[in-house]
Each structure stands twice: as structure tokens, then as C-alpha cells.
Design a protein around this ligand. Structure first.
Ligand SMILES: [Fe+2]
Length: 321
């Protein structure tokens, strides 16, 4: 059931799913052709701020379509309509600042799949909301699939109750190696100098500590960051007691530049990781980007990724506390 709002029309889009009675994403459109513009959208959002925020929490994802949002300036105006504070991105993805609160999303090669994650899941303070704007829709592929995180926990508990409880009680430990300099040919190629905003090692260590990471310098100038213990799942206020799959085990387990273990050093069984990867894919939701789309994701409730795509594709992002 959707709560009614006189300033938006609820629409349908390809790929929507009903999860626990809620449509994901909730698609909101102009109530008439005369409202298909950013000015109308901004005033509709201002009028219905609280309602809109409730919808993001209730449906986990809200897609605005048909308002002719054209550029980063207009997108920024939408972001700034709300009183959500900005949160600076920290992580391995190469990103460029575009305008005020607007950044490019991961600039890694479009041919690569960016694996599902909660944005900044390993950082102490991660964004509550992730807002994405499609300036140039990809000709093929390039979807931003997302997954209701609690569904993953549900399925994993059904299939691997013991492994889940073991990982939960022990906690998880991750490592990630950041290069010394940026490697723009990789989606995780952000060098530590850029990632920590300094070329001073001591300063980088201090900043890393502040984010809850330890650092081990490597002979080649790269640095291994160690994070943990971190929880496997989390329950957040206002989200129906749902247990979110708030970790990055599948994305980091057994990779060349990253690892995921239980916090006491116990290996996570390969079959558990493999099956989890399938479950995440099975539960994923995807829609086709259209020019001017703006997607609001509840980052505490959804994992998101990026499918490989043909160029050109330009999706911009803002992250909020
Ligand atoms: Fe992301």
C-alpha cells in the first residue's frame, strides 16, 4: 500500500518487485504534463519533505521519473531541498567532484561489474541515503541493481544457520590494499594519497585510525588497510527490526587485493560465500535508467552495484548523513 500524496503520481517501471508488501523502487511521477519540470519537482519535494523521507524508509528505494532533470546543478538543487547533511566519500572508487554536493559515481571501467555493497559499509559513519542521478543513460547494460539487504540475511539464515551465527558472534575482519598512486584503469584503483587526502604517511595513519582502520605499509609503497572486527548483520532503527546483511564478505573474500575472514582468523567456507553471491543476485532488483531519473536509496536497507555497460554512461551521486 502506498500513502497517497497529491503532488506525485505513483507509476510503474520495468523490474519493480514487491517485497514484504512494498514496491521497490517506488516510482513517483508528475501529476500532469504541466508539472514535468524541475521547478515543480522542487516545490513538490519541499511541500512533502517528511512524507518523501518516510517513503524512502518504507520502500527502501524511490525513483523520480519524468521531471526533466537535466544537469548536476538541478540535481544538486534536489539534494539540497532536504536537510540531510553531506557526508564525504571514503573508499576505493575513483570519483570526481562535479558541483557542490554532486560527484561522479565510480569512474572505473564501464566494462566491469561493481559488486553489490552498502555504500561505505566498513566506515564508522556511513551515509543513510544515497542519491543517484542519470545524466546520460547507457545504450546497453549499466543498470544500478539493488537488493533489499534483509532478504539476504533471511535466506542465508535458512540455508546456513550455523555459519551465519558463527560469523555473527565472532565478527569479521577485512583487509584491503590501496596502491600508492591512483590507477584510473581500475574501479578500485584509488591510491592511498588520494583516498586519505594526504601524501604524509603519519597523517594518513591518523586519518585511517579515525575511520576505524589500521595500516600496514608494504615495500612497494602500497598500504594494506585492516578493518575489524565488524558485524555481519545490523538492525537499524525504524526499519521493522529487519536484520540487514551489512557486510562485504562476497565482494572482498579471496580476492587479490582484499580478503574477508572471521575476526579470529577462521576462514569463511567457500560454499557459503558462493551461495551468498547467488542469493544476492536472485534477490536483486533492477530497472533501466532513463535520462533525468533520480533514485533515492536507503543505504541502511539496500545493497547496490553497477552492471557492465556500453559507453556513454553518466550517473552522478550525492551521499547524505
Ligand atoms: Fe556505491
Amino acid at each position: 500500500m502506498e500513502f497517497a500524496c497529491k503532488d506525485f503520481k505513483v507509476g510503474k517501471c520495468e523490474g519493480q518487485k514487491v517485497v514484504d508488501g512494498e514496491t521497490m523502487p517506488l516510482l513517483l511521477e508528475p501529476v500532469g504534463p504541466e508539472k514535468s519540470n524541475v521547478e515543480s519537482l522542487l516545490s513538490a519535494l519541499k511541500e512533502n519533505k517528511e512524507w518523501f523521507e518516510k517513503m524512502i524508509i518504507k520502500n527502501s528505494a524511490v525513483l523520480l521519473r519524468g521531471f526533466n532533470v537535466k544537469d548536476p546543478v538541478e540535481f544538486n538543487d534536489i539534494v539540497e531541498t532536504f536537510d540531510w547533511e553531506d557526508i564525504r566519500y571514503v573508499g576505493p572508487a575513483p570519483r570526481t567532484h562535479i558541483h557542490k554536493r554532486v560527484w561522479t559515481a565510480n569512474e572505473g571501467p564501464l566494462s566491469e561489474f561493481i559488486y553489490y555493497h552498502h555504500e561505505m559499509v566498513l566506515i564508522k559513519e556511513c551515509p543513510k541515503k544515497l542519491i543517484l542521478f542519470c545524466e546520460i543513460p547507457p545504450p546497453e547494460g549499466g543498470e544500478t541493481p539493488f537488493v533489499p539487504s534483509f532478504k539476504v540475511t533471511e535466506k542465508m539464515l535458512e540455508e546456513f544457520p550455523e555459519a551465519v551465527e558463527e560469523m555473527e558472534s565472532k565478527g569479521l575482519k577485512y583487509t584491503f590494499t590501496a596502491l600508492s598512486k591512483n590507477d584510473t584503469a581500475s574501479m578500485r584503483g584509488r591510491g592511498w594519497e588520494d583516498a586519505f587526502g594526504t601524501s604524509d604517511r603519519a597523517e594518513a595513519e591518523k586519518r585511517a585510525k579515525g575511520l576505524g582502520m589500521d595500516m600496514e605499509w608494504q615495500a612497494d609503497g602500497s598500504v594494506k588497510t585492516v578493518l575489524g572486527p565488524r558485524p555481519l548483520t545490523r538492525v537499524f532503527e525504524g526499519r521493522n527490526g529487519r536484520r540487514m546483511w551489512f557486510n562485504t564478505v562476497v565482494g572482498m573474500h579471496g580476492k587479490k587485493i582484499s580478503s574477508a575472514l572471521m575476526a579470529d582468523g577462521t576462514e569463511i567456507p567457500e560454499n557459503v560465500v558462493k551461495r551468498c553471491e547467488q542469493i544476492i543476485e536472485e534477490e536483486s532488483i533492477q530497472f533501466k535508467w532513463e535520462k533525468g531519473d533520480v533514485l533515492f536509496l536507503d543505504n541502511l536497507a539496500t545493497l547496490h552495484g553497477r552492471r557492465p555497460s556500453l559507453p556513454p554512461r553518466r550517473v552522478l551521486v550525492a551521499t547524505c548523513k
